[in-house]
Design a protein around this ligand. Structure first.
Ligand code: TMP
Length: 212
């Protein structure tokens, strides 16, 4: 049965590299779709020209960019993402599940020395505040181990342990009611259970109950 909502719901999944976000985002989207919800699963950086530039630089040594240049690329990419994907899906009362959102900019570009609260403000000028952020918390050591195992490759420049430590401490300092920290050191099933109970709680506010 198709499930209807009173409005769209925006869920972001965040965490350092190797935290398991992508797999959990996919699992969540699949679960909600099976329940009859209309789901838009998406990710950042996107496949826009800005996103493609970011990805190619990540492989060829992104340190070539200044923090401000990097910030600009992520912001331009997100503006397109909001305008073309997120806002229309919310307008259509869908559930948007995004694998990374502006909290990644706060944490990653914050770790390069930019002011986290200024980054948040600049993003919230155009990007809707989410209903729920699921922050998958793992240590840099766990994240890097998972990357080595999953990809069979050495982590790239952005994934070095010292950098991930700084990124993680900025994530940990984000103080918003919708920002929920989940212990992602545990196995994937336990992490998913926590994700689901938070999502079900958020859904209880917008779900339209239909007579059986
Ligand atoms: P991904 O590995 O999740 O696809 O993300 C690519 C890299 O981009 C990852 O190391 C995190 C980084 N990133 C930022 O530095 N700032 C941002 O705003 C976003 C969305 C990602």
């Amino acid at each position: 049965m198709t499930q209807h909502l009173t409005r769209g719901l925006l869920i972001a999944i965040e965490g350092i590299d190797g935290s398991g976000k992508t797999a959990q985002a996919q699992r969540l989207a699949e679960h909600l779709t099976n329940q009859g919800y209309e789901v838009m699963l998406t990710h950042e950086p996107t496949d826009s020209p800005y996103g493609r530039k970011i990805r190619s630089l990540a492989h060829s040594g992104r340190a070539a960019l200044t923090a401000d240049q990097e910030l600009k690329l992520f912001m331009e990419d997100r503006k397109l993402h909001v305008a073309n994907v997120i806002a229309p899906a919310l307008e259509a009362k869908q559930i948007v599940v995004t694998d990374r959102y502006y909290f990644s900019t706060i944490a990653y570009q914050g770790a390069r020395g930019l002011d986290p609260s200024a980054i948040q403000q600049a993003n919230e000028a155009f990007a809707p505040r989410p209903d729920l952020v699921l922050y998958l918390n793992v240590s840099p050591e766990t994240g890097l181990d998972r990357i080595r195992q999953a990809r069979g490759e050495e982590p790239n420049l952005f994934e070095r342990a010292e950098m991930l430590r700084d990124i993680r401490s900025i994530f940990a300092s984000i103080d918003e009611l919708f920002f929920v920290e989940i212990d992602a050191e545990r196995n994937a099933d336990d992490v998913f259970k926590d994700i689901l109970s938070n999502v079900e709680y958020a859904l209880s506010y917008v779900h339209i109950h239909q007579p059986a």
